[in-house]
Design a protein around this ligand. Structure first.
Ligand code: MSP
Length: 673
């Protein structure tokens, strides 16, 4: 496929074990902005986003929420669908992997691969990270505790019959494809990473599961459900179906997948291999898989709790979606890791949108109100002087620079060009001094030039900040940017003179935040820094005199902090788990507490959990409880004393227990305070 007129761009489809957060908002906003640029230049575009709803992770999450998987995914999927328009994201389709047309398409793709001889049945044994929904080699795991290097949670041992996809067979065709299409994997550094992975050899891939049922059944063998990534990746093609929309998967369409670096391999290796195997030709593969970096927030890794604390919807509500969009697009070099800093967001807004673009706009409109009767003035370009030549030079440089940057998937550079052009215009006004007597004959020229560049800037900025741009255009007396297929409105040439057109007057479109307002916003929006949090926690935990006094005698009343501090609560990860023969309620577990050896714990959990459900789970353990005896039981013909070296925290009746756990990536052995 190539870029002649159509542009199809996708976000990853998001797992419904999480609600929209800043990371997923980032990918989605960038994708939307790229799509808007291609609209502006007259291409026919299609943007896809959606939710990834099958697999073990989601099945477990639904179970934990006490819901049927479909009811659970309906709820969370709706959160995503409702979130994106609030960030000015306008996708053409929101796909769910539970959509019937998607399921039907995936089954067809599977059958094609099967007919082509690339699937066979076998048995898989190895390690599986449910967080990644991916197998892990022993080498990849972090020790102690067999931890997934990404999620820092214990992987699970998996042994079951499975279909395998002959991935190994596609190693050479993939390498040939990468060589012939150097732009397929971007940025360059990521490309090298994938190349060396594939050059290192590919192993056949387990693509079905039999130990759970929440997935698309394998055609002809419904005991198996498809591997969730096989199902998920196919969304990019299934969303277009087999009718009219296939024009977006055709020789004159450019197909771009925007993904985070964590999921590049699935997109750059598995996805083209599945497509080739199903009979797609090399020229029918996507054009670009672009892997962007990861965001931290105010310098902290985005753990689940932090993610929840920085709700992009709250930010958009407080500051307007465009302020958030602008900062994400301009402040983070696309492709690299970046920090989302709340204070920097406000500073950037003030500097770029408030003092640069906003100032240019309000100054020009203000001058026109005074000097040109509130209308666009006329101009005679044949009387241009050296200052206009400077403007023309800056204009050519930045308008084409921004065009190239948007095309090259570099929104941060595109916006930098727009800001430099706005800055050049502010300088032009300062040098040309339309208000001074000496400029009397040039006033209309200066203001006309500024208005025309402002119109150009509105188009250049529209992909990033569509609402603000349309408000700005209204002030300029212009209609909103309306993209039409086949009409390229990119301002390669300076927009025409609009003599006589009335301006709609100035209102503060980009009011800056002063120190006080910034402080208030930061207090309201930014999550407390790690140190502040622990200080606060300590303050809270520190006992007041009343608490100590009360602890002295009252039974069931408050306890002293020192008493609480005696309880050693630790994060544990369940390594093994088995039923205790002849004891209905008991399970015997070994739990990794970050100690040299996993602890044996006996717990009355068997009426609520199967051993498989617990292996790999994070639990909270009372680690300094004196060992407790539970009698004895026979394991593999041997009588063994049941001694528990700790206790798990849970709540509920014994047939419906909920385990206490911890979110984020606290390592085994982490102490709870
Ligand atoms: N369901 C899979 C994708 C299947 S695509 C066929 C998945 N989903 S996800 O919900 O985990 O979202 C993944 C995407 O969210 C990442 O690829 C990345 O784009 C984005 N991000 C999640 N956390 C992020 C950051 N902290 N920073 C930037 N983006 C992040 O993987």
């Amino acid at each position: 496929m190539s870029d002649r007129g159509r542009f199809y761009v996708t976000t990853p489809i998001y797992y419904v074990n999480d609600v929209p957060h800043l990371g997923t908002a980032y990918t989605t906003i960038v994708t939307d902005a790229l799509r808007r640029f291609h609209q502006v230049v007259g291409e026919e575009t299609f943007m896809l986003t959606g939710t990834d709803e099958h697999g073990l992770k989601i099945e477990r999450e639904a179970q934990a929420a006490g819901l049927e998987p479909k009811a659970f995914t309906d709820q969370i999927s709706a959160r995503f669908r409702e979130a994106w328009p609030k960030l000015d994201v306008a996708a053409d389709r929101f796909i769910r992997t539970t959509d019937p047309d998607h399921e039907a398409f995936v089954k067809e793709l599977w059958k094609k691969i099967e007919v082509n001889g690339d699937l066979y049945e076998g048995e898989y044994e190895g390690w599986y990270c449910v967080g990644c929904e991916s197998l892990k080699t022993e080498k990849e795991l972090e020790q102690p505790g067999n931890l997934c290097p990404i999620h820092k949670t214990a992987v699970e041992r998996m042994k079951e019959s499975s279909y395998f996809f002959k991935l190994e067979k596609w190693q050479k065709p993939l390498l040939d494809f990468y060589a012939r299409h150097p732009g397929f994997i971007q940025p360059e550094s990521r490309r090298n990473e994938v190349l060396s992975f594939v050059q290192g050899g590919l192993k056949d891939l387990s693509v079905s599961r039999t130990t759970f049922s929440w997935g698309i059944p394998v055609p002809g063998n419904p005991k198996h459900v498809m591997y969730v990534w096989f199902d998920a990746l196919t969304n990019y093609r299934s969303a277009l179906g087999t009718g009219d929309l296939t024009r977006f998967w055709a020789p004159n369409a450019k197909v771009v997948h925007i993904v985070g670096k964590d999921i590049l391999r699935f997109h750059a290796v598995f996805w083209p291999a599945f497509l080739l195997s199903a009979g797609y030709k090399e020229e029918e593969l996507p054009d670009v898989v672009y892997a962007h970096g990861f965001l931290t927030v105010d310098g902290q890794k985005m753990s689940k709790s932090l993610r929840n604390a920085v709700d992009p919807l709250k930010l958009a509500e407080a500051l307007g979606p465009d302020t958030l969009r602008y900062h994400l697009l301009r402040g983070i070099a696309f492709g690299q890791d970046g920090d989302f800093d709340h204070a920097a967001l406000l500073e950037r807004y003030n500097a770029d949108l408030g003092k640069n673009l906003g100032n240019l706009l309000s100054r020009v409109i203000g001058l026109c109100t005074k000097m040109t009767d509130g209308k666009h003035p006329d101009d005679d370009m044949s009387t241009d002087g050296p200052l206009e030549a400077e403007v023309a030079e800056a204009y050519a440089l930045h308008v084409s620079g921004a065009h190239t940057a948007w095309n090259d998937l570099a929104p941060h550079l595109a916006l930098d060009h727009a800001m430099k052009l706005a800055n050049a215009m502010n300088l032009y006004i300062a040098k040309a001094e339309p208000w001074s007597k000496g400029s009397a004959g040039r006033v209309t020229k200066i203001l006309s030039r500024c208005l025309r560049v402002l119109e150009a800037l509105s188009v250049m900025m529209w992909p990033a900040v569509p609402t603000k741009v349309d408000a700005m255009r209204a002030q300029l007396g212009l209609p909103p940017v309306r993209a039409a297929v086949g009409v390229d409105v990119w301002p390669t040439q300076l927009p025409g003179i609009r003599a006589g057109l009335a301006l709609a007057g100035a209102g503060p479109l980009f009011p800056t935040y002063d120190d006080k307002a910034q402080k208030e916003l930061l207090e309201r929006l930014a999550p407390p820094k790690a140190e502040e949090k622990s200080e606060k926690a300590e303050k809270k935990a520190a006992p007041g005199p009343a608490a100590v006094a009360a602890a002295a005698g009252a039974e069931g009343g408050p306890i002293a902090y020192d008493d609480f501090a005696k309880v050693d609560l630790r994060v544990g990860v369940v390594v093994t788990c088995e039923k205790v023969p002849k004891k209905d309620k008991l399970l015997r577990l070994t739990v990794d507490l970050g100690e040299p050896e996993a602890r044996t714990i006996v717990a009355g959990l068997a009426l609520s959990f199967t051993p498989e459900q617990l292996v790999g789970k994070k639990v909270i353990v009372v680690a300094n409880l004196a060992p407790r005896e539970f009698g004895s039981a026979e394991f593999e013909g041997k009588k063994v004393k049941l001694v528990s070296h700790g206790m798990l925290l849970a709540s509920g009746p014994s047939e419906d227990l909920r385990l206490a756990t911890i979110d984020g990536d606290a390592p085994p052995g982490a102490r709870l305070k």
